[in-house]
Design a protein. Structure first.
Length: 299
């Protein structure tokens, strides 16, 4: 049986997204939706000295858009450095904001970065360099479910904790796939496409489970963190159409990938997209809520 690291490496072979400006626009759109849904970039209960704060964004190159393709059995890594860049506007030097990802392929040019932002290449499943351990006030991570399985969650969490100062915070934001539900008017005939999309959220492929997402607060406590808040974020009616568009944009991008374009899979995905559009026009949606688990290290 392959080890967890071996499985991760094998699954990285399939990279379904196109690295172009259309993908970047969609990712930025999704970033805005996430912020709009939660109401914050940094949880309001995080109290730190903004002039001296040090913040780490883990998986800076991984974002919500990747999840749409993960639902169809692909493993993905993709840039979402905009969270760190936008947050940097609230902090001035000597505060320092660092982004970490396994690949620097889509990091912005250094010339475009604020003076207090820096990006590094590092695999978060491996120990971080000794020199930065215990130096961060906040560690941020979101949408790791597209590359974390149950056996990965605790080792990853321990690596994140190692970065924190005593009293530092971990802010971890994830969708809650098991709570995905189809919403539709009573007058509409039963959903087919949205119901299928719901099933893909709940169980995208045989090797995947999301039990670790449900148990994240307990995992915090097991590893010595105090759970400050588990913020459950439902999908609001005003966001339903926007998230439907996001799903469709992600699927559209998938059809253009070299692994899919011109194959039987492209036709199936486009037919599925058509059904999703038709059902959305009848007021049907597939709603996935989110959770932000805020924890604090003792000290």
């Amino acid at each position: 049986m392959a080890s967890a690291p071996e499985k991760r490496e094998a699954e990285k072979e399939s990279y379904p997204f196109n690295r172009n400006f259309n993908s970047s626009v969609r990712i930025n759109y999704n970033h805005w939706l996430v912020k709009e849904a939660s109401g914050y970039l940094l949880h309001p209960r995080i109290e730190i000295d903004k002039e001296r704060a040090r913040i780490a964004d883990i998986g800076t190159g991984t974002g919500w858009a990747t999840i749409h393709l993960h639902l169809f059995g692909f493993r993905t890594d993709l840039l979402l450095s905009i969270w760190l860049l936008e947050l940097s506007e609230s902090f001035q030097s000597p505060a320092k904001l660092d982004g970490f990802d396994i690949s620097a392929a889509q990091y912005p040019p250094k010339e475009w970065l604020p003076e207090n932002v820096e990006f590094f290449t590092h695999d978060a499943f491996k120990p971080f360099p000794q020199g930065i351990l215990g130096t961060y006030d906040v560690v941020h991570l979101r949408f790791a479910l597209c590359y974390v399985n149950d056996e990965d969650a605790e080792p990853l969490l321990n690596n994140l904790i190692s970065l924190l100062k005593p009293g530092g915070f971990i802010q971890w934001f994830e969708p809650e796939p098991y709570k995905t539900a189809v919403s539709q008017p009573n007058t509409s005939k039963p959903s087919i496409a949205m119901a299928e999309l719901r099933q893909k959220w709940i169980k995208p492929k045989p090797t995947s489970t999301y039990n670790w997402v449900e148990g994240l607060p307990q995992l915090y406590e097991k590893n010595g963190l105090s759970v400050i808040e588990s913020h459950h974020i439902p999908q609001k009616n005003r966001h339903k159409q926007l998230w439907t568009h996001s799903n469709l944009l992600g699927l559209e991008d998938l059809t253009k990938n070299s692994m899919v374009a011109g194959t039987e899979a492209e036709g199936k995905i486009r037919a599925f997209m058509q059904l999703l559009e038709e059902e959305a026009e009848r007021g049907i949606s597939c709603d996935t809520p989110w959770i932000c688990v805020l924890g604090r290290k003792s000290g």
